[in-house]
Design a protein around this ligand. Structure first.
Ligand code: B4P
Length: 186
């Protein structure tokens, strides 16, 4: 299966992606992880992404596009994959569609996780990653509201969007996602 996972920072994308990929036995493609790895390795992409990530802004679409194209072309993605945190803008959604059409591999499901802002702030404050500084978090949430949330409508129009309540324990949330997953596989 090919799935995209959409949600604000702290919604539990990474947490649920791990469970989903274990269940489906497909690779977990997190653009956030790929960008952090590029920064750690000091690659050109990493250098270009760093100032954006440190200030809570989305990195330019072109940088992420190439990462995704290269990763999806790898052999382990032949049986499907889970995209965690991609697409995040309308341009990324269009790019993904083009790539899927070229490869003749349609998307099965877009899952959007909803969590109220006050809970997101609590969760992120407890995590302590470099970009979990209070001001940076506010910027990341703003970017989600302005760019990513409206993008979800793109999938609604196509009938692939499933909206999930992200409150409760990670197991509660996963149980809700599983219901949608089973519906899509039926
Ligand atoms: P990401 O790495 O995607 O980071 P994130 O949005 O914070 O999501 P993450 O997966 O880490 O958090 P989660 O909700 O799982 O992006 C980081 C940055 O990279 C972006 O700001 C941007 O600059 C850049 N970037 C990435 N992709 C991009 C793209 N496509 N285009 C442009 N820029 C891009 O978990 C958060 C915390 O909540 C965890 O501590 C977890 O334990 C906890 N949690 C999860 N579920 C919970 C639950 N049910 N109850 C309680 N706590 C829970």
């Amino acid at each position: 299966m090919r799935i995209v996972l959409i949600g604000p920072p702290g919604a539990g994308k990474g947490t649920q992606a791990k469970r989903l990929t274990e269940r489906l036995q497909v690779p977990h493609l997190s653009t956030g992880d790929m960008l952090r790895e590029a920064m750690r390795q000091g690659t050109e992409v990493g250098h270009q992404a760093e100032p954006f990530m440190k200030t809570g802004r989305l990195v330019p679409d072109e940088l992420v596009h190439q990462l995704v194209i290269d990763r999806v072309a790898r052999e382990d993605c032949g049986g499907g994959y889970l995209l965690d945190g991609f697409p995040r803008t309308a341009a990324q959604a269009i790019m993904l569609d083009k790539m899927l059409a070229e490869r003749k591999t349609p998307l099965d499901l877009a899952v959007q996780i909803h969590v109220p802002k006050e809970i997101l702030l609590e969760r992120l404050a407890g995590r302590g990653r470099q970009d979990d500084d209070e001001l940076v978090i506010v910027k990341r949430l703003e970017q989600y509201d302005e760019l990513t949330h409206p993008m979800a409508a793109y999938y609604q129009g196509r009938g692939t969007l499933r909206e999930i309540d992200g409150l409760g324990s990670p197991d509660d949330v996963f149980a809700r996602i599983e219901v949608e997953l089973n519906g899509a596989r039926a």
